[in-house]
Ligand binder design. Sequence first.
Ligand SMILES: Nc1ncnc2c1ncn2[C@@H]1O[C@H](COP(=O)(O)OP(=O)(O)O)[C@@H](O)[C@H]1O
Ligand SMILES: [Mg+2]
Length: 328
Amino acid sequence: MSVLLTGVGKRYDIVSAFAQHDTTVAVDPNPLAPAQYAAHHRRAVPRIEDPGYVPALADLCAELDVGAVVPLTDLDIEVLARARADGLLPALVPDPDVAAATFDKYEAHALLRRHGLPSPPTVLPGEPVEAYPVMVKPRHGSGARSIHAARDAAEAEFFCRYVDEPVMVQRLMQGPEFSIDALCDLDGRCLNAIPRTMIESRGGESIKGTVIDDRELVDLGREVVEALGVRGPCTVQVFRDREIGLGITDVNARFGGAFPAPMYAAPPGRTYPELIVRMARGEAVAPHVGEYRAGITFTRYYWQLELDGDLRPTGRDIVEPPGPPPPR
Ligand SMILES: Nc1ncnc2c1ncn2[C@@H]1O[C@H](COP(=O)(O)OP(=O)(O)O)[C@@H](O)[C@H]1O
Ligand SMILES: [Mg+2]
């Protein structure tokens, strides 16, 4: 059996972690996407909008005996969800309506509220705002793109016009922000939920953070993914505001922007890639929500590959871990 990862981009750590446990196939429209070089097989497929996208993935699944298709970006979750519902792909994604709702932050807000889950006060442009400051956010945003704080109605109106895509207006949450990295089985049961702080983020990736022992966040993470019927990985972002308490600001039905956190913190043998590989092989995995090691901090940096004239990795690297200092 193998695992197929889509839109792998720069997420070398995720692809590499899967490749340690099973044959791994990576697809990305960009031939220079670095993460595809961590896979056993890298394949070109049509663009997501192309009607040939799902058939091409289905062909790869048949050819390489793929037991799970796991998207690494938001862009194809809905397409994969429909293909899954139609029995075309073994994709680890929620039902199509949930995939669509979590891709639209205003729909996600409405969905969370319907389930009685805490989402900050959020309205569409032109609707009355309870209190300022607010955040003007693209409904289909990702990677923290085009998000603007507004102190009053005039500023909010300006940013609603300025951002050239559908936006929403959300209470600006004060206080610390957290992410909860969860994994669900094929029946939408939460297997684990691991919360972390967000010390520093850049372009949607968390680059520094600490895994924390916080039962309230573990429980909230489980409630969210089980209410939504998530399959596979999901990351829930939440603020703990002094006035209004917990507020969920983002739900991503995929691996979040800090893959190392749940990797380091998971119990041995039960990292998310290992559990996904087991589920792909048809094994049942027992829930173990809250079993993880808190107190671990990650700090991330850039790395690169040298490719030859045919875009094949040369295997050459430029830095070794420090040995003893040279003699003076
Ligand atoms: N309501 C809010 N109050 C305060 N900060 C916010 C709010 N919504 C988003 N942010 C900040 O903007 C970042 C990106 O927003 P998010 O909703 O996660 O969108 P995305 O990650 O899809 O771009 C968050 O990590 C958070 O730091
Ligand atoms: Mg986010």
